[in-house]
Ligand binder design. Structure first.
Ligand SMILES: *[C@@H]1O[C@H](CO)[C@@H](O)[C@H](O)[C@H]1NC(C)=O
Length: 250
């Protein structure tokens, strides 16, 4: 708050000396961090007039640097002001960390678990390998890890993956393809690691109970049964007709 008041005074000054063209005097407060425990948090204040930065203050260095003639004078004054510097340093906690905690708990920590789906996109044919697709849908945040296992060992070759794609509604999706030659008794798995789950999400490929295969089998089987019924009915019909029309020799 102390900082804010100070800069408001400068802002007024600029407004009073402004001409018909106007001036643009602005102050930027930044909280920069990249770790979840905020240990590398820096609070930055920069004062600019029109397009030029006059002063930058850095909470880690606990000092200000001037970039223009005016800025150097102001920075000198700031750097002599113990209360100002103390406030600059303290703002990392009182302003930055405080706000970051609120924003993070509202957004970053609201992780949404992906829906993982595995399917066969190409069956093995002759010398051409089969292809499996593993997809993760509707997850947040973006950071995710997707990989394949063969008998619990990470598969490093014949894998192609897309980037994380934004759905446009804060959710993301990602896809990975595995080219492989099916072998009897092997175990193929797709593993997804994401902030929404402490345990990796694992899908195992089971060619025998894959849904599309089961559907194909069901359709084929019903077709066969239907065919047999029609054939038998036809045969009975034919027999009946032919026995009723016995040709009498003349
Ligand atoms: C702030 O100061 C720290 C320590 O010197 C430095 O590592 C960091 O890059 C500075 N940040 C900016 C944006 O100048």
């Amino acid at each position: 708050m102390y900082l804010l008041k100070l800069f408001l005074a400068i802002l007024m000054l600029a407004a009073f000396t402004g001409t018909a063209y106007g001036y643009y005097d602005y102050t930027k407060f930044e909280c920069i961090y990249s770790t979840s425990d905020y240990s590398d948090m820096v609070y930055l204040v920069s004062l600019s007039f029109n397009k030029f930065v006059d002063i930058k203050c850095n909470s880690t260095e606990v000092k200000c640097v001037g970039f223009t003639e005016q800025g150097v004078k102001f920075a000198d004054n700031f750097n002599k002001d113990k209360a100002f510097l103390q406030n600059l340093k303290a703002s990392v906690d009182t302003f930055c960390r405080h706000n970051a905690e609120i924003i993070d708990s509202a957004v970053r920590d609201k992780a949404v678990k992906p829906k993982v789906i595995m399917k066969s996109v190409k069956q093995a044919e002759g010398r051409h390998p089969a292809m499996l697709q593993c997809s993760a849908y509707e997850f947040y945040p973006k950071k995710i890890k997707m990989y394949w296992l063969r008998d619990s060992k990470v598969i490093t070759s014949d894998v192609t993956s897309t980037m994380e794609m934004a759905n446009g509604n804060w959710y993301y999706q990602i896809h990975s393809h595995l080219e492989y030659t099916p072998k009897n008794g092997e175990k193929i798995q797709c593993v997804v690691e994401h902030a929404s789950s402490t345990q990796p999400i694992t899908k195992e490929w089971n060619p025998h109970i894959s849904e599309s295969d089961r559907n194909k089998f069901a359709i084929g089987a019903s077709g066969l049964v239907l065919g047999i019924i029609i054939a038998i009915a036809g045969l009975i019909y034919y027999k009946k007709k032919s026995t009723g029309r016995i040709l009498v020799p003349n």
